[in-house]
Design a protein around this ligand. Structure first.
Ligand code: SF4
Ligand code: SF4
Length: 200
């Protein structure tokens, strides 16, 4: 069991944001000593503008605006490698999720809108049917991004049509969504975790 470190002070004052995160999620960033194990274990850190260890550091310093505008939090795969390897048991993956939720709650436009829109539509389809229908997922995703002014490229459309054709040939493409027997339970789980809508 790792001991809780005292809250970090910035300019002689306790970092209220880090304290609020700790109160809401239980994630204590004060014990981070910047060993970089989280970033070194992250499979997508090379694609991030702010690496996982830097995210933790910026939370320590109370740099909320910089983090809510970062693309890293949307590039994160929620694979939890960082949390697993942290010697201080800091849930870096949970912190990334918390930052995503903060962006949505504050009705900002996510730095990586397409990724955020895909998350949102995926959870909506899952919530409605308890399982994913690929056709409905892609239709809704395309409508949502189009309403946001992001038209797909011809290459994207060709690639999606080719994927759909291959799924159809294998009998893996359902035109109408099927409801899972566990749909109610899945909906309850999503409600417990508070799925937040990404606005267009
Ligand atoms: S692995 Fe943990 S202690 Fe090391 S930099 Fe990342 S968050 Fe900090
Ligand atoms: S959860 Fe996110 S930040 Fe952590 S290792 Fe996975 S992709 Fe990287």
């Amino acid at each position: 069991m790792v001991e809780t470190a005292p809250a970090m002070q910035v300019n002689g004052r306790e970092n209220a944001w880090a304290l609020a995160i700790a109160a809401e999620t239980g994630i204590q960033v004060a014990s981070c000593y910047q060993c970089l194990r989280c970033s070194n274990s992250c499979p997508v850190s090379t694609f991030m503008d702010i690496k996982p260890h830097q995210v933790v550091r910026l939370v320590q310093l109370g740099r909320r605006e910089a983090l809510l505008q970062a693309s890293s939090i949307w590039v994160c795969l929620s694979c939890e490698m960082c949390s697993t390897y942290c010697p201080n048991e800091i849930d870096v993956a949970g912190l990334m999720n918390h930052l995503k939720n903060s962006v949505i709650s504050s009705r900002r436009t996510p730095a990586e809108y397409e990724i955020a829109a895909f998350h949102d539509v995926f959870l909506r389809v899952l919530r409605e049917h308890g399982r994913i229908n690929d056709l409905q997922l892609m239709q809704r995703y395309r409508i949502k991004t189009l309403m946001h002014g992001q038209a797909p490229s011809v290459d994207d459309l060709m690639s999606e049509a080719s994927l759909a054709w291959n799924l159809l040939k294998r009998g893996r493409l359902r035109f109408l969504p099927e409801r899972s027997p566990a749909a109610g339970e899945i909906r309850r789980i999503l409600e417990d975790y508070g799925h937040k809508k990404v606005s267009t």
